[in-house]
Ligand binder design. Structure first.
Ligand SMILES: C[S@@+](CC[C@H](N)C(=O)[O-])C[C@H]1O[C@@H](n2cnc3c(N)ncnc32)[C@H](O)[C@@H]1O
Length: 205
């Protein structure tokens, strides 16, 4: 990691807060802020978190769903285990059909919310990174459509770019309410945005 980047990170408000509050990533606050505003996750919910390593969103979701909920986290990379028994970190590639089968067989029932913070390795070529990100977001949407209950919610990271409007249109086809969100914890200079689809129109059987 470049030295300047490490220095910059140490000064960052949410980085320090995450260290103090023992979140595994500053990204946890992006999810918490979105939930605080739109209330799309609650106590007792079943949640699937895609692109979950190192586990900040899992911790944030666990805080909301509590001991009666269930969280399945999926990432290419291993996620350090959690002490709570209702949190299941697993290794999986969200673009592989086997991962969907694994998710469906692990969930205690259909999910109330699917979240995805999955990001490709950044190449630095803007169009390439945008296209890869949208691809991961679309694959996450497919998993959401297969695993959510009717009226469930989908919260996904995207990068701004030409393909974004078509992706948002796809979300609108399936969800009654759609919001585009830039949480405070998301750096202003980052092109990341989050799309929230609420009230899935019809769950698959
Ligand atoms: C920004 S990080 C997620 C941070 C996480 N939300 C947190 O709060 O700790 C993005 C993650 O997406 C994962 N990822 C990228 N492509 C993936 C894929 N095809 N399947 C599963 N995970 C993937 C990466 O391995 C990386 O850990």
């Amino acid at each position: 990691m470049p030295k300047a980047w490490i220095q910059q990170r140490k000064k960052d408000y949410y980085y320090k807060k995450a260290k103090e509050e023992k979140y595994r990533s500053r990204a946890a606050y992006k999810l918490l802020q979105a939930i605080e505003k739109y209330h799309f996750m609650k106590s007792g919910d079943v949640v699937v978190d895609l692109g979950a390593a190192p586990g900040g969103w899992i911790q944030a979701a666990r805080k909301i769903v509590g001991s009666k909920g269930f969280i399945l986290g999926v990432d290419l990379k291993p996620i350090e285990p959690f002490s709570q028994t209702n949190v299941r970190p697993t290794i999986g590639d969200l673009t592989e059909p086997a991962t969907l089968r694994q998710i469906l067989s692990t969930l205690p029932r259909k999910a109330d919310a699917v979240t995805s913070d999955a990001s490709p390795n950044i190449s630095g070529i803007w169009e390439v990174d945008h296209a890869r990100q949208i691809d991961l977001a679309e694959q996450s949407l497919n998993i959401a459509l297969e695993t959510l209950r009717s009226s469930g919610s989908f919260f996904v990271k995207v990068f701004e770019g030409d393909m974004l409007n078509d992706f948002i249109a796809k979300i609108r086809e399936h969800f009654q309410v759609v919001r585009i969100i830039k949480p405070k914890a998301s750096r202003a200079k980052s092109s990341e945005l989050f799309i929230l689809g609420m009230r899935l129109k019809k769950a698959l059987d």
